[in-house]
Design a protein around this ligand. Structure first.
Ligand SMILES: [Zn+2]
Length: 138
């Protein structure tokens, strides 16, 4: 799958859920987290994917685990369309205990695997890729 096909597939096939109602979407109350909550909180993952706030490019680790799960497709898309470090943030999340395979549909798991193959496989640590792939297949 090309990057463009993958972006399209995520936008079309990821469930169009409403914005999460729990605020803040960040884990604590420093100035940066408050700013990130203002920019992302109340927005749907599609809004964020379509118009990604540049301030939030490296903010993924600051999000609550709930917000990380919700905004995962936004960060996956942005890592395919913008020149930034978001792929590394998503990689770290998928390797972490915050990432729960059992809350996802088979369709979502397939798309995450496609994203890993397209975005991470060429230049990221093969051990991370194997770990993520094993988690997705569990
Ligand atoms: Zn903070």
């Amino acid at each position: 799958m090309t990057y463009q096909d993958l972006v399209h597939a995520i936008l079309v096939r990821w469930p169009r859920t409403t914005a999460i109602s729990v605020r803040p979407v960040t884990t604590h109350a420093c100035e940066e987290c408050e700013q990130v909550d203002e920019l992302l909180g109340g927005k749907t993952w599609m809004d964020v994917a379509r118009n990604f706030p540049s301030y939030c490019h490296d903010a993924y680790p600051l999000l609550t685990s709930h917000a990380q799960a919700y905004y995962l497709p936004s960060y996956m898309i942005s890592a395919l369309t913008e020149n930034n470090s978001q792929a590394a943030s998503v990689e770290a999340y998928l390797c972490s205990d915050n990432f729960k395979r059992d809350t996802l549909s088979d369709d979502q798991v397939d798309l995450i695997q496609e994203w890993v193959n397209a975005r991470l496989e060429p230049d990221y640590d093969q051990k991370s890729i194997q770990l993520i792939t094993a988690k997705l297949r569990a």
